[in-house]
Every structure is written in structure tokens, then in C-alpha cells.
Design a protein around this ligand. Structure first.
Ligand SMILES: [Fe+2]
Length: 264
């Protein structure tokens, strides 16, 4: 699998053909950057286009969480990732303009989507890039800079939990299909052992010191109409801080779908 590939949506390209191209791209790359929609589809139709594209591409899950009700699942397909001036920046990354540390989205989900899909409606006036780190590059850096931590992380199960759901997987797993990641510092189950929490704190510090804002972290500045799809457990992703004043100065929609390997 390559790290990132770009898929240009062509004028007049039928939606099933775009879906086929997206499936093919996800068969050979961990991250697919979709561009070109704005050239031939009006802004008011972008959300409907991507809603249908994801339905045709894979098996969509309804992953939205109701922030106002303890992050219980709302049943909605699309998760709003947008700046909200009424919510304190430290309360929830989803509504803040702060940088978001590297993570995977599905660390605590017992029934994961596998592929995450996010498209941009409103780009921040400055900053707000979505960033990605290849699991293989992360592993190389760990082995080079902190081999002892690498050894302790590999294949060591850690329980992640949030809003009544949970999953127990290694932060870095060596599987027959390749390295797989499961990570969100903020979702390590409070009931986990002191050793697991110490390991998580050490890994968080490693990411801050050796991965974030280095060439290992690739930033995609999603412009309005652009989208990105990624295998959640084959990369870490995060977000750069951005400038925003009014609510919805940055607005993206995110969902996820299953794509069995037989389809790609
Ligand atoms: Fe995320």
C-alpha cells in the first residue's frame, strides 16, 4: 500500500465510475485525496454528491455522536466537524479551533467502519489542515528514536472506551496484513492499569517530540468541495490549529464506511 494518492473527479464522470475509482484507489493507498468536484458541481450539491458516493462505494455506518448528550450515538450518518464559537475550545476538538493531536477515529468503537470519509464545505481562513502519518513511517521512527518504547507498544493490548462503547487492541499491532494502529490518548479507558496509562503517556510524548510537525506528518489543506478517505487503522491523523472567529468559519462533514477487501 502506498501512503497518499490523489483522485481527480472528472467533469461528467458518472457517480458509479467515481465510486469504482475510489474503491480502486483505496485498494492501493492508505489515504485518498479527492479533488475536482468544484469545477463542475455547484456548492449546494456537494453534500448530496458525497452522500451518494459513499453509499455506492461501501457500506455506510451512522457514526454521529450527540455532543450535548454525552456523545451518545445520534443515528445520523454525517458528523459535523465545525468551529462553534459558543463551545469552549477545550471542551471538544470537533468544535474547536485548536490543533488536534494525532489519533485514530475508531479507537473505542466495537463495530468500526474501517474507512473514514471527510469532505469540506467551508475552509478555515488560515490553518486547519488535516494531517496524516503513515504507520510504517511511524514504526521506523519509533525503532530509530525509541526502540524500547517500540518493543513495549507492539502487540500490547490496551482498552479504549467512550460513551458506553469500548475496544481492546494494541496501539501498534503487527498483523499478517501489515501494521495496524488504534490510538486516542483521550480515550484510554480510565479503568486501564497504571502501566497502560504510563505507556499511553509515553507514546503521546513521543508523537509530540518526534512526529508532529516533522516531515513524517503530511498536511492536506482541504479546500471547499475536496474530500479525503483513509483507512483509519493504517495511519494516524490530526488537525493543525486554525484561525476562526464566527461559528461555521470551518465546516466539514465526516462519515465512515466498510469496504471489504473483496471489493477493492
Ligand atoms: Fe479524527
Amino acid at each position: 500500500m502506498s501512503f497518499i494518492t490523489t483522485l481527480t473527479i472528472l467533469p461528467g464522470q458518472p457517480l458509479p465510475a467515481v465510486a469504482e475509482a475510489l474503491r480502486a484507489a483505496l485498494g492501493s493507498a492508505k489515504v485518498v485525496y479527492l479533488r475536482g468536484l468544484a469545477a463542475h458541481v455547484p456548492a449546494g450539491d456537494w453534500a448530496a454528491f458525497y452522500d451518494e458516493l459513499t453509499e455506492v462505494t461501501g457500506q455506510c455506518l451512522h457514526l454521529d455522536e450527540d455532543y450535548a448528550q454525552g456523545s451518545i450515538r445520534s443515528g445520523q450518518k454525517w458528523i459535523e466537524v465545525r468551529y462553534d464559537a459558543a463551545i469552549p475550545d477545550d471542551a471538544a476538538y470537533r468544535f474547536s479551533k485548536n490543533a488536534q493531536p494525532l489519533h485514530t477515529d475508531e479507537s473505542y468503537l466495537s463495530e468500526p467502519a474501517e474507512v473514514m470519509f471527510m469532505h469540506c464545505l467551508v475552509q478555515a481562513p488560515e490553518g486547519g489542515e488535516t494531517t496524516f502519518v503513515d504507520a510504517d513511517v511511524l514504526w521506523q521512527q519509533l525503532q530509530a528514536k525509541s526502540p524500547d518504547l517500540a518493543t513495549r507498544l507492539l502487540n500490547r493490548p490496551v482498552r479504549f472506551a467512550k460513551a458506553g462503547d469500548s475496544r481492546t487492541l494494541p496501539i501498534i499491532a503487527d498483523t499478517p496484513a501489515g501494521l495496524r494502529l488504534n490510538w486516542n490518548y483521550h480515550c484510554v479507558d480510565p479503568a486501564e492499569s497504571a502501566e497502560a496509562h504510563a505507556l499511553a503517556a509515553e507514546f503521546r510524548q513521543f508523537l509530540l517530540e518526534h512526529i508532529s510537525n516533522t516531515p513524517a506528518e503530511v498536511a492536506l489543506p482541504l479546500a471547499p468541495s475536496e474530500a479525503v478517505a483513509w483507512w483509519d487503522d493504517q495511519v494516524l491523523h490530526g488537525r493543525r490549529a486554525f484561525r476562526a472567529v464566527a461559528t461555521n468559519d470551518r465546516f466539514l462533514l465526516k462519515s465512515g464506511f466498510r469496504l471489504s477487501t473483496a471489493d477493492v
